[in-house]
Ligand binder design. Structure first.
Ligand SMILES: Cc1ncc(COP(=O)(O)O)c(C=O)c1O
Length: 425
């Protein structure tokens, strides 16, 4: 079939045989938004943990879909509907392979990581958590992996318990066996902390939880752009991520769940597509994954996400991780050398995030002055207020890196910080 939303043309050429360096110049050309001035300076975009920029391949895939491929899926016999359905399912297969899931029915399209966690809390959680039961989370979770569980605990009269961290921002994994009790029904843990950059030793954590027969929900929002994920090797029961942090569009996210878990769960939302048959007396639910996909999904979003995953896969997640690791080491060294700068989060295993404070200067002032230099960082509590409370800071400034950032941009950040210090000298 030759139409519309057919496959994405690659601007990024595959590396030549023997090419080992990261094709950073080629990559930067793929991201149109990077090539602009902000307040008279070249944009230095270091707010990637909030959302990452989109390569031309993603922008094109989305506009091609709306220009030539738009139709509703699953319920049409006409050409465009069938084609949109194929594209949507192709996106599911791409996500399956990105996560190394065993079965494509284990991939549920949702709005975001947030919605994925809420789905698990409100279906698996509601079914299995009762009065006096416990839900275990960690001290470094994003609010989206705290609040859905608190809502469930309130509803069910259950208790939220928390695995502590140390002063480097590392999880105290040795505390885990003590906190996993007969009442623990779920462990919800982030793969990578958005506020600290810590990479958690997930395999070990999941192994310990499973020894106690506790299923594990993994928040992979900050891992998906930086690490190769293998849900089977991890043995994760649930894994969520958001498309927009992995170079895809907003409004599309993924919940992975083990088939047997998803099958045993009640539906989340009711509506079209999630049913097999409806009468006023009884509704029979659809098979997986559609049981959890009520209503018209974000078809264009799934197509954009597919293009994004194809983009990073073609580059190679291992290569991306190695490049970003180098960049993080350089940024850590450069920022640590500035007098008065304190890095919050110094775990041995980190990904792409440098959170910092400057003595005597509020993070919002840091962010505002950096912005005048064209440098975008995030300041605030990063939706992780308990992390701020632990480190006794009201907020931090956070530089977070993506595959298109460079050492030159780290240098620009360092210069910007010097300017901030001069202003407040
Ligand atoms: C660790 C972590 N979890 C969850 C989320 C929520 O992602 P979204 O807002 O895309 O649902 C974020 C977003 O910053 C995050 O950093």
């Amino acid at each position: 079939m030759t139409t519309a939303a057919n496959s994405v043309p690659w601007e990024l050429q595959p590396p030549m045989a023997g090419e080992t360096t990261f094709p950073i110049e080629k990559i930067r050309r793929d991201f149109p938004i990077l090539h602009q001035q902000v307040h008279g300076h070249p944009l230095v975009y270091l707010d990637n943990a909030a959302t990452s920029q989109k390569p031309r391949a993603v922008i094109d895939a989305i506009s091609r879909y709306y220009e030539r491929g738009n139709a509703n899926i699953h319920r049409g016999v006409h050409f465009l509907s069938e084609h949109a359905t194929e594209e949507h399912e192709a996106a599911r297969r791409t996500v399956q392979s990105f996560l190394n899931a065993a079965d494509k029915r284990e991939i549920i399209f949702v709005r975001s990581a947030t919605e994925g966690i809420n789905l698990v809390a409100q279906t698996y959680g509601r079914k299995h958590v009762g009065s006096g039961d416990e839900i275990l989370i960690t001290a470094m979770e994003h609010h989206s992996n705290i609040v859905p569980w608190q809502i469930l605990c309130e509803e069910k009269d259950a208790k939220l318990r928390v695995v502590p961290i140390n002063d480097r921002g590392e999880l105290l994994v040795e505390e885990l066996p003590k906190l996993l009790t007969k009442r623990t029904k779920v462990l919800a843990v982030t793969h990578v902390s958005n506020a600290l950059g810590t990479i958690n030793p997930l395999r070990k954590i999941i192994e310990i939880a499973h020894k106690h027969k506790v299923p594990v929900v993994v928040d992979g929002a900050q891992a998906a752009p930086h690490l190769k994920i293998d849900v089977q090797a991890l043995d994760a029961d649930f894994y969520v991520f958001s498309g927009h942090k992995v170079y895809g569009p907003t409004g599309i996210g993924v919940l992975y769940g083990k088939l047997e878990m998803l099958e045993a769960m009640p539906p989340y939302q009711g509506g079209g597509d999630m049913i097999r048959s409806v009468t006023f007396e009884k509704t029979l639910y659809n098979d997986l994954p559609y049981k959890f996909e009520a209503g018209t999904p974000n078809i264009g979003g799934a197509i954009g996400l597919r293009a994004a995953i194809d983009y990073v896969t073609r580059l190679g997640m291992d290569k991306i991780a190695a490049y970003e690791h180098d960049l993080l080491a350089y940024a850590t060294e450069s920022l640590s050398a500035i007098p008065g700068v304190r890095i919050i989060g110094t775990a041995a295993e980190k990904a792409a995030v440098v959170s910092f404070v400057i003595e005597g200067i509020h993070p919002h002032d840091i962010g505002t002055i950096l912005d005048r230099e064209g440098i975008a960082v995030r300041t605030g509590h990063h939706c992780a207020q308990p992390v701020m409370q632990y480190f006794r800071v009201p907020a931090t400034a956070r530089a977070s890196f993506a595959l298109y950032n460079t050492r030159g941009e780290v240098d620009a950040l360092v210069e910007g910080i010097q300017k901030v210090k001069e202003v407040f000298a």
